[in-house]
Design a binder for this molecule. Sequence first.
Ligand code: UDP
Ligand code: MG
Length: 334
Amino acid sequence: MKKTLNAVTNHLEDVLLSIIVPVFNESAMLPIFLERVIPILKTLPLRTELIFIDDGSTDTSAEYLRQALDKYPGQKLIKLSRNFGKEAAITAGLEHAGGDAVVIMDADLQDPPEYIPIMVNTWLSGTDVVLMQRRSRAGESPFKRMSAHLFYRLLNRISQTEIPVDTGDYRLMSRRSVDALLTLKERNRYMKGLFAWVGMPTKVIRYDRAPRAAGKTKWSYCGLFGLALEGLTSFSVSPLRWAVGVGLISALTGALFGIWVVAKTVFIGDATAGYPSLIAIITFLGGIQLFSIGLVGEYVGKAYLEAKQRPVYLTEEIFESQPGYTYLEIKRKG
Ligand code: UDP
Ligand code: MG
């Protein structure tokens, strides 16, 4: 499957582009998605395969895909055994993609498929990763926009690998960068960080993020907070150092304050009053301690989950649409 770029550009009809689409309860979206994406794929000079990963949908997404894809042979549907989350679904897609290049896109058309031909051209002109960077985020609340803005900047300040700001999962990756990514076996899959860790020659295309075309977002603020914490703790241990730093500073301040109180009593003879300030200091320090323990716990928990070596996802069924069959089951695992 490995081809040099020259071989790729000479025989475009032999080149396969895989498009990975994680799907979780998107039955309202899928018809619109296919209607908009298929004509664009048909204009491409290379072969394409759509790989839908049904991430444990509880609606009719999987059944719909099975029937709808019948019209388009060579497309895949990977059904996971339950909801594993988007990051795991993307991993499943990458592992099953056979393409010389892979595009990852959301099912809700927030990543405009009209950019795919441009991404392919950029790839063919000689780069490994084509990264789509959001110029704007239509249809998202000011709070979400602001928190995303702050999060990406904070993440970059503290992590050792630079994670490009305002990029999502929408990107094209060459075969070798996908292979490189798949060598990262960790279970905590913060994809944006993993992508960045791999590096490789990258070109950035800026685009306007569209609002969700139908259905609603699967992310609650709680979920996003979890993902943010995951991102921060997966790619850096510097929060642990903050805890050490803050602890040192407050211990030092406490010691100085103690010396001052003793000196005042001995030399000035002032009996210490100051119940309110005591409460303030105790609650402040208690807060810092709990925060730091929680932070340590976050890392210990992560090590615990990694140590169990569980698979990132389990597949229930894998289908590939074939002409003449409704769907052919090609493999059953798990
Ligand atoms: N998704 C998924 N598993 C999940 C949640 C979401 O596969 O547990 C998919 C979802 O179907 C969509 C993509 O991930 O294709 C992005 O989800 P969403 O639009 O809800 O996220 P947002 O765009 O709001 O960040
Ligand atoms: Mg979305």
